[in-house]
Design a protein around this ligand. Sequence first.
Ligand code: NAP
Length: 326
Amino acid sequence: MKSVVCSVHGDENVLRVEERPAPDLKPGSIRLAVGAAGLNRADLLQRQGLYPPPSGASDILGLECAGSVVDAAPDVADPVSGARMMALVAGGGYAEEAVVDRGSLLPVPEIFSIEEAGAFPEVYLTAYLNLFMLGGLSAGGTALVHGGSGGVGTAAIQLAQEAGARVFVTAGTDDRCRRCSELGAEIAINYRDRDFAGVCLEATGDRGVDVVLDCIGGSYLGKNLTVLTTEGRLVVIGLMGGTTGELDLRRLLSKRVRIIGSTLRALSPARKAEIVSSFLDRFGDALQAGRLRPVIDSVYPIERVADAHRRLASGEAFGKVVLRIG
Ligand SMILES: NC(=O)c1ccc[n+]([C@@H]2O[C@H](COP(=O)([O-])OP(=O)(O)OC[C@H]3O[C@@H](n4cnc5c(N)ncnc54)[C@H](OP(=O)(O)O)[C@@H]3O)[C@@H](O)[C@H]2O)c1
């Protein structure tokens, strides 16, 4: 099968489309003929040698994909041959076939293209896990989402809105802010010319927000604390703004704030199955009805994987960059 690997690390030119043997079925798994795979920032880091796959995961790139069921392990009940499924994988998404743990699969809504399906699992499940399961966001609550224009950010806007929460975002240009507002963000703050903490405090009558979903890390630590309400939750999922920051612990104590670090990829298959199941219980109807739909920035054939990586790295993508595979 065709697959994307990088046996040496470096820039986009190290990416190779190679023939590899199809992976073996494992107990509890299903084989998909992959039609599309979403790109994620973790793939760029993996390519550069900065984010190795977890032990036991495929070295083929790709954390999410979608396709049709072609085979299943004998212990998998009710596999529907030909059914369209989308999958969270710890690696191996950029390939013509992927073997996926049964609990990491979601059914593809009829109205989704295969590219939309391939772009769904990683970002929606990340946004769901961190806003709701870990962040405890509830109807009527308020979230601040950094990177609102990205894959996770656009998913988080839709999920928060669907849940009846207020959602504020940061994005890097006025045009990107406008697009976040069109998606459902109540306030979109261009962080290059406005102080996001001041805007959020003003909009909440100085109360602050309940949850911050943060992909920036170090450089935002102090301001994220400023913007949280009493007993608020800061969920750190990315470190695009640095790995270290200074924290005034008095503010942590006086506000009784919680700081939570989170990575989806490294979780066990059993934990991922719980997250998928909880997501489908809560948002399955909205998904099937098309109220949750990935924003697709661009689609590239697998042979142009290097251009797809360049597009994501450029910082100009709005929403998801996708590889078309089968
Ligand atoms: N922990 C987990 O389980 C998990 C899972 C998935 C993703 N992540 C992480 O979450 C972050 C967002 O993921 P994503 O898929 O949404 O990425 P993405 O699609 O590339 O979006 C990231 C957005 O952040 C903004 N940004 C702000 N500062 C940036 C900087 N210094 N460098 C690059 N972009 C910057 C950019 O928009 P503007 O230019 O508009 O600001 C960009 O669109 C990444 O760090 C990713 O690794 C973590």
